[in-house]
Ligand binder design. Structure first.
Ligand SMILES: *[C@@H]1O[C@H](CO)[C@@H](O)[C@H](O)[C@H]1NC(C)=O
Length: 418
């Protein structure tokens, strides 16, 4: 059929501009696919009429040479909202009869449930699978690794369970893996390092356990790593800092232990989120002129010691959060810190705020009682702020060292530690 199509196309293309019509078997498969997606209201499938599924069928594209259906692209977010929301049903296994499919994009259809047909792994021409934002359940097909041409696998924002199949690491051309926000459990496959082309590895918000395989050091094109909000344990591999183009690392909200690898703070990573783990030790004193961070989140760990002096020399820290640790000492001054909010430093054992911070961030009367619990405060307090009329009496859970300004408006002779 395909050969016939091709010849017909060649013969007719020049004189008539006729294109090859869709093979009846492809048309039947599409109609079965459609039948498994009942729509209560306005239907996106209204255009799916007539014999030629390659002509004007919404979201269907055919390959010019083979005349076969090559792409299905049905994005709920580009349709009237009633249409996407009113769709129910599931992806029919009949889709696997479209053996020349190169891309399947069925995204943002809230009502689309069911499982990913296991036979999808026989569609060896697939380059893109994007089923983001549906209500798909079940597991990732165990032999997904057969899809050697696959470049994009996006199953994010569904209810997929089971584990990440070991075979997935055979996808040697995969660049973009997004499994975020599902119910995937089990460990990250040991052989992760086989995926040489992956640049985005996003598995955040699942139930993944085990540790981060050291073979991740082999995924050397990795740019964006999201392992956040899982149950991942063990240490953060130092090897991550060997990945030259890695820019974003989010391991927040796991069960990671051990120290912060020094190398990570010296690499090209600009977004680093390690919050909500059990990390210990000091924040490595390795910042310098080339340190450029949009986000540096160390909050909710067991970090000790003081803030590293070298942080002062960082060229940029857009957002810093070291709150909820056991840090002590003073907060360095200088440009990397001036713009930071006080909440960045709260709930430590004895981090102190300097005069300049008070002056910058006051009015003190709104700020003292609510935002400084469990921190010590030292340095002179600017008079005008404390003297503000109506300064209410709060039980201040803070320690003030240094002179307390005297002024007529300041009705307290001493500040007590409560
Ligand atoms: C860091 O990750 C934690 C846990 O996922 C999250 O709550 C927090 O908002 C993230 N921080 C930033 C700055 O995005």
């Amino acid at each position: 059929m395909a050969a016939f199509c091709f010849i017909t196309a060649l013969l007719l293309a020049v004189s008539l501009g006729v294109h090859c019509s869709c093979p009846p078997s492809d048309r039947a498969a599409l109609l079965a696919f459609k039948a498994a997606l009942p729509q209560r209201h306005l239907s996106v499938f209204d255009s799916w009429t007539g014999n030629d599924c390659c002509r004007n069928w919404y979201g269907v594209n055919c390959d010019q040479q083979s005349g076969r259906v090559a792409d299905i692209s049905l994005r709920g977010d580009s349709l009237p909202s009633s249409s996407a929301a009113s769709t129910t049903g599931s992806i029919s296994p009949q889709i696997c009869k479209l053996t020349r499919l190169s891309s399947i994009i069925i995204s943002d259809w809230e009502g689309l449930g069911g499982q990913i047909p296991g036979c999808i792994s026989s569609l060896v021409f697939l380059r893109i699978i994007d089923l983001n934002g549906n209500s798909i359940t079940g597991v990732i097909p165990a032999d997904i690794g057969k899809l050697s041409e696959l470049i994009v696998l996006n199953l994010a924002d569904n209810s997929i369970s089971g584990t990440i199949p070991e075979s997935l690491t055979n996808l040697g051309n995969l660049k973009h893996l997004d499994l975020r926000n599902n119910k995937i459990s089990g460990a990250i496959p040991r052989s992760l390092g086989k995926m040489k082309m992956v640049s985005r590895l996003l598995v955040g918000r699942n139930e993944i356990s085990g540790d981060i395989p050291s073979s991740i050091g082999g995924v050397y094109r990795l740019v964006d790593l999201d392992l956040s909000e899982n149950k991942i344990s063990g240490a953060i591999p130092e090897l991550l800092s060997k990945l030259r183009v890695l820019g974003t690392v989010n391991v927040g909200g796991n069960k990671l232990r051990g120290r912060i690898p020094e190398g990570l703070l010296k690499s090209g990573i600009s977004y680093l989120n390690m919050s909500h783990n059990y990390l210990e030790g000091n924040i490595p004193d390795v910042f310098g002129g080339s340190s450029y961070f949009t986000v540096l989140d160390f909050s909710y760990n067991n970090l000790k010691g003081s803030l590293p002096r070298s942080m002062n020399s960082a060229s940029y820290i857009g957002f810093l959060d070291v709150s909820h640790n056991h840090l002590c000492g003073s907060i360095p001054t200088g440009s990397p810190f001036d713009h930071l909010d006080d909440s960045s430093f709260l709930f430590n054992d004895c981090l102190s705020l300097h005069y300049f911070r008070l002056e910058r961030h006051l009015p003190l009367y709104s700020f003292l009682p609510t935002t400084l619990p469990n921190n010590a405060l030292h340095g002179p307090i600017p008079c005008r702020d404390i003297a503000s009329p109506g300064y209410p009496h709060y039980g201040l859970a803070l320690l003030i060292r240094g002179p307390i300004p005297e002024s007529p408006g300041f009705g307290y002779t001493q500040v007590e530690l409560v």
